[in-house]
Design a protein around this ligand. Sequence first.
Ligand code: FAD
Length: 157
Amino acid sequence: MDDRQFRTAMGRFATGVTVIATEVEGEAHGMTANAFMSVSLDPKLVVISIGEKAKILNKIKESGIFTVNILAADQQEMSMIFAGQIKDRQVEFGRLDNKPVLPGAIAQVACEVSAEHVEGDHTLFIGKVTDIHLEEKEPLIFFNGKYRSLEEQPAVL
Ligand code: FAD
């Protein structure tokens, strides 16, 4: 099995898109990620997976906090900015529980790091959820390497 086949298989899992954000010395930093899931209801825990080369990795380790911002259908540009595909844009962050959050996200989830595990070339951060803010909008979807929306398609019979 080669890397391409593995990536193709993983890309067949349709996901939402998030921007993970953290802050060190008053400076907010974000990164696009879809490796996110809910882990536990009691206590409320989530997990994210960050690649070893990502600049945000050491920033989360240093700050001990992160937020997960689940993008709305109209935020594809934000996904591209925080994936390094659109350069040199200023993005203003808001605040939730004194942590940086992305305005316009359909869910903002503020977390404190409760554990981290290095697995292969990624680090899994377990986040204890400290606050949540919701907005009622449609989500951005990522499938097979492309952005999609939940707009209904005519049924093919
Ligand atoms: P960085 O330079 O750290 O940041 C990425 C971009 O965000 C840069 O262009 C930077 O200018 C911009 N940026 C950061 N902070 C700000 C700010 N405050 N204001 C304005 N712009 C800012 N990687 C993973 O590790 N885990 C995943 O789960 C994951 N899922 C992904 C899902 C999708 C749909 C996509 C497209 C990418 C995903 N990636 C994931 C890859 C990851 O987003 C890129 O590798 C990453 O953006 C590159 O990180 P970096 O450390 O090199 O870039």
